[in-house]
Ligand binder design. Structure first.
Ligand code: ZN
Ligand code: ZN
Length: 144
């Protein structure tokens, strides 16, 4: 066993966030970390990631409802603390294989988007992106 509670993936950037330089971290605890996206797609762009390595939404099941809910709650709370309106944020996940980093991360992008391309890149209902609320519904539906 390492010092961490969790299995760390040595080559995963998001597993090693505290060792990496250049992350603008706005929140962290034992379970979650939140930071500004290095290439913001909108007026503000936060990412919330679990400490535990989960590759993507494809690895999520009904047992992750609580985790995903807590990611959503944290991101919205941080937006408010940073003076943003969560109602104006597009909140969701990239679907594999369209994931830049293979460690689950929830995007919180405050609109307006910086470009049409970025708006499309984070557009719910596409093959490459899904809304966080939709994901939660799917996970909850499998809970019964
Ligand atoms: Zn990882
Ligand atoms: Zn992403």
């Amino acid at each position: 066993m390492g010092r961490s509670m969790f299995r760390l993936h040595r080559h995963c950037v998001f597993c090693n966030i505290n060792k990496e330089l250049g992350f603008n971290i706005v929140y962290e605890d034992d379970t979650l970390i939140a930071f500004h996206d290095r290439a913001p797609a909108g007026a503000m762009h936060l990412l919330v990631v679990p400490r535990k390595h989960i590759g993507s939404v494809k690895e999520l099941s009904s047992q992750h409802v609580e985790l995903v809910s807590s990611m959503m709650d944290l991101g919205k709370r941080l937006l408010v603390e940073l003076g943003q309106d969560p109602a104006k944020a597009r909140i969701g996940f990239h679907r594999p294989p369209f994931t830049s980093v293979r460690h689950l991360h929830m995007h919180f992008i405050v609109t307006p988007f910086k470009s049409r391309f970025r708006s499309l890149k984070y557009q719910p209902g596409r093959r490459w992106y899904m809304d966080a609320v939709d994901l939660l519904e799917v996970l909850k539906a499998h809970q019964k």
